[in-house]
Design a protein around this ligand. Sequence first.
Ligand SMILES: NC(=O)c1ccc[n+]([C@@H]2O[C@H](COP(=O)([O-])OP(=O)(O)OC[C@H]3O[C@@H](n4cnc5c(N)ncnc54)[C@H](OP(=O)(O)O)[C@@H]3O)[C@@H](O)[C@H]2O)c1
Length: 243
Amino acid sequence: MKFQFSNDQKGLIIGGSSEIAQAVGHGLNQLFPELELHSVSRNKDKNVKFKAKKYYFDYFSEIEWDNYSSLIGNSKFDFVLSFVGALNTEGQSPEKNLRSLEFENLVKTLEINLKPMFLGMKSLERKLNRQELTLVSAISAKVGSITDNQLGGWYSYRISKAALNMFLKTLSSEFKFKNPKCIINAIHPGTTKTVFTRDYLKTIKHTVHEPEETAKNLIEVWQSLEVENSGEFRNWDGTILPW
Ligand SMILES: NC(=O)c1ccc[n+]([C@@H]2O[C@H](COP(=O)([O-])OP(=O)(O)OC[C@H]3O[C@@H](n4cnc5c(N)ncnc54)[C@H](OP(=O)(O)O)[C@@H]3O)[C@@H](O)[C@H]2O)c1
């Protein structure tokens, strides 16, 4: 049986202000107008425009996650999708070589790309619906694939997404026993025209998608997943990526 979004579900979007998250939120609003969405985001300044119950807190803090978890009561989530990510710390470009790699930036970038998903899952583990098929997915990046790393560079981002991937893979092993109806997935969204890629668009030679196309692709892949696919890393077109 494949995972399907539906009107009677409740889902959480972490990093609701991400441009890809906004497109996915809109897409889900349009396809399933009754679906209950929660969006968590760091600050109100960046508008979250899709229809959702909007929560603003520091999702890098475990206490804040626990506050959110108590605030929302006991109703269960059918899916959790995280869009949080950054190429590097503010003001820093992705590293071209070892010389430009600063360990402090690496740690900070790792924190941005991994911590919200890790804390969110730790806090909400018991709030996943165990009666039905559920989905937990984080937007990773192909450059986080260790096997696929042909070009090098972008140390902090690659290391951070590889760590996120390992977290998801490890969680999928734990959930095989604990929560066997939950599909854990890492997904590469495909290069997408957002603030994230703004500085690199001119140099990109492959296809660049609009956020709406990416949302459509992601929703399609998520809805093709079965429980046997838990612990996989997928590309935007549905193909499997090597870890
Ligand atoms: N665009 C692409 O081509 C592409 C390709 C591969 C992978 N990805 C991944 O896709 C995800 C979404 O990216 P996007 O293109 O939608 O980019 P975006 O608009 O820049 O979204 C970035 C998200 O990360 C959150 N965030 C938390 N801490 C941050 C920090 N210190 N700096 C920047 N952002 C921070 C933002 O959160 P708030 O909601 O709290 O503001 C926002 O939700 C990311 O995980 C990215 O790694 C994107």
